[in-house]
Each structure stands twice: as structure tokens, then as C-alpha cells.
Design a protein around this ligand. Sequence first.
Ligand code: UD1
Length: 425
Amino acid sequence: MEGKRPLEGRIRIQGSKNAALPILAACMLIPGKCVLRGCPDITDIECMCSLLKSTGATVNTAFPDTETVGIDTRSVREQRLPEKYVSAMRSSVIMMGAMLGRLGEVYVNYPGGCVIGERPIDLHLYGLEKLGAQIWIEGNHIHAYADELRGAVIDFPFSSVGATQNAILAAVTAQGTTVIKNAAKEPEIIELCKFLNMAGARIDYSGTLLKTGRIVIQGVELSRLHGVTYDIISDRIVAGTYLFAALAAGGEVTLENVPIRQLDCICDTIKTMGAAIAVDADRNEMTISACDRARIVNVPYIETDIYPDFPTDLQSPLLVAACMARGRLAIREKIFSSRFRIVEELQRMGAEISIEGDTAIVTGGRELEGRTVIARELRGGAALVIAGLCAAGITTVADSGYIRRGYQDIVGDFTELGARISYVG
Ligand code: UD1
């Protein structure tokens, strides 16, 4: 990409990766046919579809377009998940809860995923064990078995999105009532509950989840679950990435199909940094104007936290926007321990950033120079593209396959916004 051009125009935001992945896993639990509309066309979704196919499900990913996925799990029987897919993606671990509910047994290895710090699965296993699963671990291999899953009180010591999803999936067909305390409150949890309830589950989350972090599930017979057609919500993290891109590079950008209410904290941050945001709630559109660069300034301090606070997934895009704003910003990463891996690359481009423990201190206003930089994980990779759009000269982002895990067509989107950018090779 050749940087230093403001972004202008409008683009449509894709469906949410983090909502679609657990819903695809939930399809495994439902002995019927489901259709998911608005599924993003990204490699993590391909990977989850391959996992479903490996169990015997029929998955149609072009039904009738590339964003609609049809899943028929009536002939599922395989309990072993192939290591090839499981080690490629951490979300594969949430297949455990669905498979225990459906087949009573699952063999899986420790999951992979982006290297953004310690990512244990102890809370996932704790939730499943509470529901009556027996779990054996040998080296890298996990074997879980449940004669019968039984409702229980699962009291998580802290909030985990994936562990909450795993517990929900296993509790849907458990005997009796399950109460999940300290459940994650991310919108993707609510989407999973909505989908499962449409398919015949009995999950009570409304009212209680955001206030108390509590989800109550009345177990139902597996035979009560039935196939549904469901629309995947749009991706708040992709929307946030493009908002920070406009804040960093300047210009005026309209985003269509935006989950407006999920972006409150991000919009507040961007407005405090001097850009204007206009919302058209009827049309689900949002316009950011960051044309007057003299007004773009850093706020002193931001920390990542669980929803509804600032999401860890947008910490890297914020870091780049902070490089392009006047003044200093300290960003504390509270969720993942190694999420400052792009700092070294940004420093090579001329950014002034220092790391003190879990906090990055950015002194903005330095000119960035185009370089060849390496993407090492999904969101950091997208942030390096933003940096390239702000830098003088040519920037090449190597290993951009990481970005394809979560962004349908980042190059096409930025081209639409007037950037000079293309895929190489
Ligand atoms: C999900 C999102 C990811 C986002 C993250 C935090 C998906 C597919 N991914 O990841 O994009 O960055 O939420 O919002 O939805 N932890 C444990 N033990 C466990 C599980 C988690 O210690 O068993 C820790 C993690 O290391 C981390 C914290 O809990 O420090 C939160 O992780 P979690 O909410 O589980 O993230 P994911 O579900 O992996």
C-alpha cells in the first residue's frame, strides 16, 4: 500500500466472526438443518465448517451465496475432531460442549489460535466437569465423556467468552437447571442464546445478564431442538477497525450495516480524540469525519476490559490511531498478556512507543515510514495495514493470511475508500 491518502467513501460491514463461530458449533448440537445468513466469508469460518464436516455434517457454504451457510447435522456420529483444524483455531474448543450434548463424547487436542498471550482452557474444562463430564488429558490430547449431563451451578472466577459459550452449549440438553454465574456479557453470548432459544432451548439471559452476569438454562430433551434460519449480526470489531483506520488516516467514511449500540465505548473514545461521529440509527449507518488533523489528539489513558468497556480486539487499531494523533496515550492491556506484538513493527516504521509491563505508552505525531512488516496475529495484522495507510511511501504487510482469518476483504474495503492497496503474489 502507498500511504498518506485520506479515506473517503462508504463500505458495508461483514457479519460477525465471533458471533458466527459459536453459532456454527451450536448447529452441531441441533439434530436438523440450519441456515445462517450473513456469515462472513473468512478462513476461521471455513475452518469451523471443516470441523463440522469432519463429524459427518453436511455443510453448504455457497447456499445461495458465499455469506449463507447451510448445515445439516442429522448424520453426525464422529467423536474425534481432526488436529489439523483444532490446532488452527482456538474457537474449536467450543465444539466440546456441543459434542458432549449431542454425542456424549469428544476427543480433541489442545486448541491453537492467534498467539496473543497465555490462553489456557481451564475454565472451559471446569464448566464441563461441573455439568458431569469426565475429562482425561494425556499430553496434548483431551477426551471428554458424559453418560448424562446434569444441570449445575457454574461459578466462573472471572469472565471468559469461550468458557461461557462452552458451558451454555453443554447445559442446553443437560438434565435440570444450570445457573452460570459471572458469565461473559459480550453481545456474541446473547446472540448464541437467541439462536439456541429459537432452536428450542430454554435459556434465560434477558435482563439478568448485563446486570448480574447470570444465565439460567432449563435443560431440554435433545429431540426438542430443531433447525432454524438465523441472521448473523454485523461485526463490531471490523466496524471498530475501520473507524480507527479513518481516525488514523483522516477523511470521511460511512459504514453501513453497523451494530451501533455495541460501539458506544469505541465512539466515545474516538470523539474524545477529536473526530466527529454521526449515527443514522434507522439505516444502521455511522459516519466518521476526521478531516481536520489539527483536532486529532490523544487522551491520557485507556485500558482494555470486558464488554461494554474498550475491547482488547481493538487495542492494536487504537495503538496505530494514537501514533497519528498529537500528544501521549497510555494503553493498558488487561485481557491478553502478549498483545503488543505489533509494537516492534510500528517502531521500525518510526513510531515512538515504549512498553512498561502491560502498558504501552505512545507519543503521537511522529511521521511513519513505509516498510515491510510482518503480521503475527489477526487484529495486529489489520492494525499494520492501517499503519501502512498512514505512512509515507510503500508498506508491505507480510503473512497477511492472519488478516483473512477475520476480515473478508480488507484490501477491497480500503480500495473502495480510495486507498492505493493491493494483494501481492
Ligand atoms: C474471545 C474472542 C476474542 C476476544 C476475547 C476477549 C472469539 C472467537 N474470540 O476469545 O476475539 O479477544 O474473547 O474478548 O469469540 N482464560 C483462562 N482460562 C480459560 C479461558 C480463558 O484463563 O479457560 C483467560 C484468557 O487467557 C484471557 C481471558 O481469560 O486472559 C479472557 O479470555 P476469553 O474471554 O476466554 O477469550 P476467548 O473466548 O478465547
